[in-house]
Design a protein around this ligand. Structure first.
Ligand code: WQD
Length: 345
């Protein structure tokens, strides 16, 4: 029987794009999602793109019994890509226990079931947040992991350690942690994309919602940083490039022995862009003039982060191919589609 790939959080932003990439590469997918930060409509969007509807289980991974029952029902899971987690930095500061329970208990329950199987392959959705403000740029995987600036970032650091310790003991478990920089954009079909609930915390969805008229104007959080134009620098990577990297990493787990059964890769473009450069790129690609104002710095923001992509390029044989302009154009096309559907509803 052909094994299935479990994608937890598979109706989320990066998860849904990864499900599309997996299906297009011939994998059978089952999604677990508790719909706490996503919509069941995303399943239809995935099907429209690939003409294949993944299996779907509405499970909250905090329910240990439900996790055990899932693996009894799906005994043919060949790999797991684990996206399901809470990811709002600010919310994690106000509600740390929600983040430690939702991001760590769920990981432990999954690993407990995987450690019982003959061979398990596990990909963990991690984040460049683990580096904090790195001392050197670009940031390589050898950069020191620093004291996290938020409980959210801490759950990514602790999560990586839990996985590494488990892989050391269980020779039947292999894992890769993928440290994302800043995922943006949407599938070119505009059938799936980013669906922030409430006021967007991240830059690009706030830009597109401002341009479409949902938000009055964008607040740029500080222009007094030690950067060329004073605004923070980030490595914005197209979500489609990110999705492809997950498929390549999964194939690596299925085909290759790893030292200590565990590896880490940074996933970025290797290029840093400032907030003002992102605004200029958006205006260029959308033809829209964006209304924004410079305000004070946001608590917890770091000055600059962009990836050293050598390890992913050389070991995974993966490279980000899409430009910032392409990513912003796809985000804008998606925003226009979503807003049109909202008005027609
Ligand atoms: C980018 C830049 C802001 C909004 C966070 C998490 C990271 C990952 C991605 C989950 C910063 C500026 C933003 C706005 C602004 N999340 N900005 N006005 O903070 O780099 O990363 O999201 O995995 O883990 O830490 O992304 O998009 O929030 O901010 O000026 O309305 O845009 O100050 O410089 P960030 P972001």
């Amino acid at each position: 029987m052909k094994s299935k790939i479990l994608v937890t959080g598979g109706l989320g932003f990066i998860g849904s794009h990864t499900v599309v990439a997996l299906q297009e590469q011939g994998f059978d997918v089952v999604i677990i999602d508790n719909l706490s930060n996503s919509s069941i409509d995303v399943l239809a969007g995935i099907t429209k793109i690939t003409n294949k509807t993944p299996d779907f289980e509405n499970i909250d991974l905090r329910d240990k019994e439900a996790v055990v029952n899932f693996f009894e029902k799906y005994s043919d899971i060949g790999g797991v890509i684990h996206f399901a987690a809470s990811k709002a930095v600010g919310e994690s500061v106000e509600n740390p226990l929600l983040y430690y329970e939702n991001n760590l208990n769920t990981l432990i329950y999954l690993l407990q079931e995987l450690s019982k199987k003959d061979q398990s392959n596990f990909i963990f959705s991690s984040s460049c947040t683990v580096y904090g403000q790195a001392d050197e740029l670009p940031i390589s995987e050898n950069a020191p992991v620093k004291k996290a600036e938020s409980p959210y970032g801490n759950t990514k650091q602790i999560g990586e350690e839990i996985i590494q310790d488990t892989c050391k003991v269980y020779s039947n478990l292999k894992a890769i942690s993928l440290r994302y920089f800043n995922p943006i954009g949407a599938h070119p079909s505009a059938e799936i994309g980013e669906l922030p609930i409430g006021t967007p915390q991240n830059l690009v969805p706030f830009i597109t919602q401002t341009a479409i008229g949902k938000r009055e104007q964008l607040s740029v959080f500080g222009d007094d940083y030690p950067t060329p134009d004073g605004t923070c620098i980030r490595d914005y990577i197209h979500v489609m490039d990110l999705a492809n990297a997950h498929v390549i990493a999964l194939k690596r787990l299925l085909e290759v022995q790893l030292e200590n059964n565990y590896e880490v890769f940074n996933l970025g473009t290797g290029k840093g862009n400032s907030v003002l450069e992102v605004i200029q790129s958006f205006e260029r690609t959308s033809g829209k003039k964006l209304k924004y104002k410079i305000v004070g710095r946001r608590e917890g923001d770091i000055t600059a982060a962009y990836a050293d992509t050598n390890k992913a390029n050389n070991v995974l044989k993966w490279r980000a191919e899409r430009s910032l302009d392409e990513a912003l154009a796809s985000a804008w096309k998606w925003e226009q589609k979503v807003t049109k559907q909202e008005k027609e509803a």
